[in-house]
Design a protein around this ligand. Sequence first.
Ligand code: NPQ
Ligand code: MG
Length: 369
Amino acid sequence: MKIEVIELRHVRMRLCAPFETSFGVELDRDCLILRVDSEGMTGWGECAAGSTPGYSYETTETAWHVLSEFFIPAVLGRQVEEIEDYRCRLGAYKGHNLARAGLEMALWDLLAKVQGKSLAAILGGVVERVPVGVSIGIQQDPDVLVDVVSQYIEAGYRRVKIKIKPGRDVVEVEAVRKSFPDLPLQVDANSAYTLEDVAVFKSLDDQQLLLIEQPLAEDDLIDHSQLQAHLQTPICLDESIISARHARQALEIDACRVVNIKSGRVGGLLEGLAVHDLCYKAGVPVWCGGMLETGIGRAANLALASLPGFTLPGDISASDRYYAEDIAEPRFTLNADSTIDVPTGAGLGVEVVSDALERVTLRREVYKL
Ligand code: NPQ
Ligand code: MG
C-alpha cells in the first residue's frame, strides 16, 4: 500500500461533564484525528494527546509538531504493507508515543480494511463483548461522589474507578465503600503521591480495592516496588509502562501486579499487543485503559480489549458517558451485563461522520506527495 495522502486535524469535543483528576480539570477534550488514504481506501486514527501536559508530557501541539515534521514525512509516499514497516520508518525517532500511536492506528484501520477483517480479528481477539467500568473524576465532596457513583451503577456499570489526589482519598473511598460494600472498586492517583504517603495507601489497603492505579511518579518503577511490598492490594501501573520492556522490568521487580494497557501510552497497538502477550504469559492480569477517546479511539480500545489476557473490566465506557455528539457512528452503548460489543465491521468498524468531524475541527492540514 502506497501512502498517498495524510490529513491531520486538531479537534475539540465538549465533554458532557467536567472531568477532574489529580492533574487538573478538563471541560473539553482536545485530540488529533488522522486520516490516511491509499489506493482508494481510507484509515482513521486518533492521537490521545490533550491540551495540557497533565497526563503525559505530550500535548496536541507537540504531537502536531512531531507528526507533521517527522512521522508523516517518514511514511508519505512509502509502501506500508504491515505495521512493522511503519515501525521501521520511525525507528530513528524517540518518544512521543501518543503521536506515534495515532498514525499507527490509522494504518491498522487501513490495513485491516484491505484484508476485509475487523481490527479485533487481526489482533487476535477472542470475545464478542468486553466487560467495562466507568472512571469517575474528583467530585466536590464525598456526598456528591457517592451520588455520582450511584448514578453510574444505576446506568449499569458494575465496576467503578474513582480518581484520587492527596487530601481527597481515604475519606472518599470510605464513603463509597460504606454505601456500596460489594462494589468492584478501584482508585487512580495519576502519580500524585510519593513514598512519604505510605500511610494513605495502608488505609486504602483495608478497603477491598481491586487495585491502586499509578500512585507514584510516572517515571518511577523502584519506588512502586517499595510501596507494593507494604500492600496487599495490587498496584496497577498506567503512566509508568511506556513499552513492553518497561512492563517486563516492572514485573521483574514487583513494581505492580496488574497492568493498564493503553495503545497510545506504549506507542501503538503493536506494542500494546507485546505488553499483553508478556503479561498473559506471566499470568498477570491486564485491562484496557481509557483516554476519553472519540468513537475512533474507543473502537480501537474495544478491539484490543477482546484479547484473552484482558481479564479485568476496561475504562471503556459508553459514548454517552463522555460525549453528547461523537464524530463516528455507531455510538457505543452499555449492555445490561456491563459489557460493550466489540465492533465487527472491517478495520475499526466505525464510520466517521464528516459534518460532525468538521464541526469540531479547529485546525486541518493535508499532506500529499
Ligand atoms: C487514566 N483516563 O486512566 C486516564 C487519565 C486521563 C478515563 O481515567 C485529556 C487528556 C483528558 C488525557 C483525562 C481515565 C484526560 C487524559 C483523563 C487522561 O489515567
Ligand atoms: Mg490511569
